[in-house]
Structures are given as C-alpha cells and as structure tokens.
Design a protein around this ligand. Sequence first.
Ligand code: ADP
Length: 825
Amino acid sequence: MSESKSDKNKSPQSMHLPLMPLREVVVFPYSIMPLFVGRGSSIHAIEAASSGYDKRIMLVAQRQPEQDKPGPDELYSIGTIAKILQVLRLPDGTIKVLFEGVQRARCIESELVQLPRQEGDNEDNEYYIVKVEPITDVDKSTIEAEATIQATVESLEEYSKLNKKIPPDSLNTISGVNTPGRMADLVASYLKADYKTKQDLLEILDTQERLIKVYEIIQNEIAVANIERTIKNRVKGQMERNQREYYLNEQIKAIHKEMGREDDQQAELQELEIILKEKDMPEEARAKGLSELKKLRVMPPSSAEYTVVRNYLDWIIDLPWNKLQETNLDIKKAREILDADHYGLEKPKERIMEYLAVQKLAHKLKGPILCLVGPPGVGKTSLAKSVARATGREFVRLSLGGVRDEAEIRGHRRTYVGALPGKILQSLKRAKYNNPLFCLDEIDKMTADFRGDPSSALLEVLDPEQNNTFNDHYLDLDYDLSQVFFITTANNLQAIPLPLQDRMEIITLPGYLETEKQHIAKDYLLPKQIEANGLKPENITVSDKAITEVIRSYTREAGVRNLEREIATICRKTAMQLVEKDDLAANFKVGIGSLARLLGVKKVRHGAREQEPLVGVCNGLAYTGVGGDILTIEVAVMPGKGRLHTTGKLGDVMKESAEAALTYVRSRSDHFDLRPDFHKNIDLHIHVPEGATPKDGPSAGITLATAIVSALLGLPVRNDLAMTGEITLRGRVLPIGGLREKLLAAQRALIKTVIIPLDNEKDLKEVPEAVLKGLDIQLVEHVDEVLPQAILAPKNLFERLSDTAPLCHNLKLTDNGDSPTVHAQ
Ligand code: ADP
C-alpha cells in the first residue's frame, strides 16, 4: 500500500478497520453489492468487523487480481469503507456478504493480526487492520455542476434503454440526486467498465471531474452498444435471409425429388463437368468453364441467372476450339474440281490455284485474304464453295449485307439481356470444325452507324497477324481464327473500306459474254436445273437458239443468276407437262417458239439502243454495281430563259457534268454557228430514261455534250454508237472506270462503234478478244474528235473544230437578232 501525499479532502478523524482485498471489483460509496468471499484472511476480516468494528470494513482493490495473498503494498491506497449488511454462510465454507459502500477512505498504515491456531484451521489465520482516513466529498453547486448532472441524467436514460441492468427505481433515485460526487458514485457502480477504470474513478476526488469522467464513460458505452446493436441486427437479417433461401432451396429440391428430377439435374451438371475436363480446348477456356460450372452448382435452377450461365457453358462446349478437319491439298485435283464446277473464269481460277499452291508450300494460311469482286450472279459464292470442295473444308457462308452493328460481328457482352456471341463464332459453331472455308459475302454492303463500325471488327477477323486471338465480347476469351480459310465477296470494290481492301487480295470476276453465257447455260445451268426439278436429261432438249433468245430477251445482266432462274422455270414447266402427260419417258423440245408459252412475254427489249438515229438522243455507257449498261441520254431545246433542267434522278456529279458539257458547247458556239448568247433565250432539258433508277458519275460527260450539240443543231446522233468519257470545261476527255463491263454492255446492246478516252487504252488488255473483235473502238482525247463521228452532219460542219484556236475567241461576234435561233447548216 503506497503512502499518499496529503490533500485537502483528508478528514482528520482517522480510524482503524479490518481490511478486505477485492479482486477485479470496486465498491463505490452509496452502492449495495453482494460478494462471495472464500479467502481465509477475508473471512477473518469480516468476522472481526462484525464483532468489533460496528460492522465496518475497509474494501480495497488488488493491483494484481491473480494474487492470492496480497500484502498491503499490493493494494491500491484508496478504497471504500463499507457496512456489512448481511452475512450468509454457504455449505462449501464460503460466505455471501452484502456490503453497503459508506465513504471513500485512504489507507495510512497497516498491521497484521495473527490469530491463534485452532484445529482444522488452514494456514490463512491472519488478516490486516488498517488505519484509514475517510475522505469527504466537497461539492460546489455551480452552473457547470448542474449542467453536468443534467447531461449525465439524460445520457443515463438513453443508456438504460440499451443496458437493461439499471432498474427503473435506481434510475429514479439517481435522477433525484443533486450533488455531482454522489451522482458519480451511484452511477459508477452500474457501469460496465473494467475494475481499473472504476478504480480510477474512485480515486478522482474532485467531484465535478469525477462526474465528467462518468459522463464520458456512459457516452462511450452508448456508442459501443449502438454498434453492437447494428451488428446484431445485420447478422440477424443475414441469418434470416440465409435461412429463407435455404428453406426455399430445400423445398425446390423436395419438389424436384418428388417429380423425379433431382437426379437429372445433378447428372447434367456432372456430365458438363466431364465434357469440360475432357474436351480438347484451350486451358483458359476450360478454367473459365469450370469456374462458371462452380457458380451454377450453387444457383437455384429456376433462376434467370442459371439459364444465362448454362447458355454460356453450352457455347464454350459447343465451339470447335481445336477441332480440325482433315484437309487435302492435291493441286491437280483442286484444279479439276474448279474446272468441273465453273466454265471459263480462267484468270480467277488461275489466281486461286496460285494461292492454294503457296499455301501448300508454306503449310500455313498466313497471307492475304481472297476477295472476289464482281457483279451479282457471276459465280463468286459458288467459286468459293468449289474452293471448299477442292480443299476438303467445310463451307460456311455469312452475308454481311446490311450489317451495321459491331456487336453482330463481335457479340454482346454477357451483361446484356439475351446476349449471344457474334456471327463469326455462331457460324463456326455451325461449321463444327475450326478450319472451314468461311465465305463472307457482300463485304461492301456493311454500313457503320452509332452502334460502332462493323468493318473495324472485321479488320481483326481478317488480319492473319491478329486473328489467332479474336476476342468475342460474349465469350470474353481469345478464340483462334488462324486456321479458318476466309474468302470474301463484293460487288463494288470502291465501297469496301480502304483498310479492309488493304488486307485482301482482290480477284475480279467481270461479267460474261453472250457466248460464255451460252456455254454456262448449256453445260452447267441446264443439267443442274434438270436434276433439281426431278427430270432426266432425256426428258428435255433445249435448242441453242432458244438459249440465245433467253439470254437476249429474258435477261439483262452481267452474271447468270436470272438466266439460271429462267432455265429453272423452263424445267419446272416441263416437269409439270411430264406429270400431266403421265409419260415419264417423254421428250420435250424447247425451241424459240415455245419460249413465249413457257416464260411469258419478252422481258427485255432486244438490245437497248434506239431503232434509228434521233436528234438530241445519244447512247452512253454506265458502270453500276450490277455490271455495265447502256444509258441513253435525251436533250430537248425549247424557248426559255437560259435554264438547265435535269430529270431522271441524276446525282450531283452528273448534273455538274451536264453544266460542264454546256459550258463547253457555249465556248465553242462559233464553231457550231451559234450566237454567243444563244443560251439566254432557250431552256435545255436533259433527261435520262428509267427515271426511277438513281444515276451518278462523271463518265457521261461526252455523251451529254454530244446530245446537247445534237439538240442545238437539230442533227441526229448515230444510234449504233455509244460513248463514255469524263469531260473538262475545255472539252478534254478524261479516263473512266469499268471499261470491260461497259464494252460487254455495248456488245449486248448490239452497238457497233464505241468511243472511249485515249487514256483507257491500257485497259483494253482486260477485255476479251471476242468483244474487241465485234466492236469498232475509237480512242479520243477531245470532244472535238467525238462530235464528227457521232453526229450525222453535212461533211464540212465540224471541220473547223480541228482548229486549236483559243476558246471563246468568238466573243467579238456580233449579235444578229434576238430570236432564239438555233442554226443548223
Ligand atoms: P454471286 O455470288 O457472284 O452473286 P453465285 O455464285 O450465286 O453468284 O452464282 C449464281 C449461279 O450461277 C450459281 O448457280 C453458279 O453456279 C452459277 N454460275 C456462275 N458462274 C458460273 C460459271 N462460270 N460456270 C458455271 N456456273 C456458274
């Protein structure tokens, strides 16, 4: 017991009392506390107090609670003088004592009392008597004290709601107390704080300070109790939810069991696991699949999430990750197959064979993707199919026409409702092998919009350097596309985005000549349709003339798609007749005469050219997405105010060509004996028939100029002549595209002479011999050379055009009248 310094609260009347050490307990003045006493020394002290000290005893806490026989120095110096209210002896020799704290006191000295040994006594027959100095509280009634009392009462009320140990009676008593010291002691005994904190409280002799400390402890305990309560509630909620789910799951299981389905589902998951573990697939995909399967096992099968995960697993399992089909690259056989399937197409076939040969040597597919470009029906897709047959690969086809969303190529992320992988992986799943021939049709018909540019996704698919790690959004795993043999097709090379063109080797398939179509029809399309319509070759004979007539009068196309359709109609009708006649061995002959009956009236005018030369009408040649075509341009002149009308859905470029042509004519007006301001009093109307089809492009320039001059001069244009060429303001003729298709169209339309720009001479190499032979091709550099050949005029009219006189030198010509005269010589 340490000797304390004197302080002003010390009471002069010291006294001697028996001492009882306390273990982990602090008894406060004014509090009543029952304690079980077992130590011999304590029992002796209580007995001594009961007999000789007016039932008073000094209670002091031990510094080390684990000590059994603490000496006075091992106790705190401040304790409480208590009154023994009741003593109850228990059968086990211990006693239960009810103490009432009376007053704080400080121990000053101690003296060990040794009791005489009696029989049966243990060694503990001694106790201490201490000299104590009672400490009386000095309460000052200040505003601060009042406020602290008030705050303590309020917080105690809140605390009592959380700590049910404070009986309502005590609460009432405490509320009635108006001295801080007493209140602090009363409340302290109810606090949960540990004995050390309580001993600290006991030692605070300034009453105001003591109550503030009590208040702080209460606040702290409220905070702790609140946190405890939230945690308890949360845990309780979670447990209730878990219990609910567990209960419901058990119910579902019970229902499934009742319906005999439980085993099915378990077996299904088991089967999935076996497939995932055994199937040949990249480890990354397997790991992902197994982790998804793990999730699936703990999900209720009826939940939406279950279906999503299940579908995903099906995709992982169904994709042909590493499954390759045995391919054979016998170059000789490949050529035989290509020849057997397609007539002609020498150049494309040659290029394809070269490509295959390189692949065979290099033992891999790396290299540019093939892109077959040409008008519809020229055999692009069927050529790709033949390549698949020749190389022994599965054939899959995906049309990109109208694809405008990147997700169609690359898939949607799994978070989207109803998400699926993109079309590339969908097609591969269908192919069942990871090395098919994949034909991407109409690659020029993709469009980009706000949902992203599909062509950029396609770039990754078609890039041999990148496509071994193609990342589909749905799958979210790298997929190896490097074994896939991609072939793309397009109608119009210009419409393919340049970066895509860059990755591809372009092979053009131009339209067919009439003679080629004849062969295709006779040797390929007819036998194919005979078989498709259930006929035998001996049932039908179609004459060559009939085929020519079908080509000329029922189809007008660069390819043979419509031709095949018409031949199919002939075969179908013949099959019908065969059945009606009920003679399966009958033979039907199809000649020109039977075409009207079988195919109806002629669909195409024989040749698109005019029957006779007309004023202001000139044949142009156009190149459209479906091949070349004849484009007749008509010009009419009427009195007016110098306006230029255009009709027939002309595009901006074509309208500008018309204006350029008109400017040329005006600059040359003196050569044509026109007044310099002839245009002021007339209106020109330019029309291109088949008004519903939009037309555009600069290559109609010289045709427009010729038609305008013809209309102004009132002189007709040769109807067996066609022309193509861009025009400058000075009348120079610039080169055009699609020459081959245009010349084919001219030949189809029975044109004799074709005027083309001199700069296109080099392209004539591409044009088949047969076409060149049948046409008189004139190469020109200037419109001045075109007019004399095209316009049927008196001999010397255009002679002056060969002058190289500066343009518009005729501005000084006099105006000789104001009527809208158009002079013709
Ligand atoms: P594209 O893909 O170019 O639009 P297709 O490949 O669909 O055209 O061809 C249309 C039809 O014409 C197919 O039945 C095809 O077999 C046939 N065909 C095209 N060119 C030839 C050819 N050179 N020899 C034989 N058949 C051909």
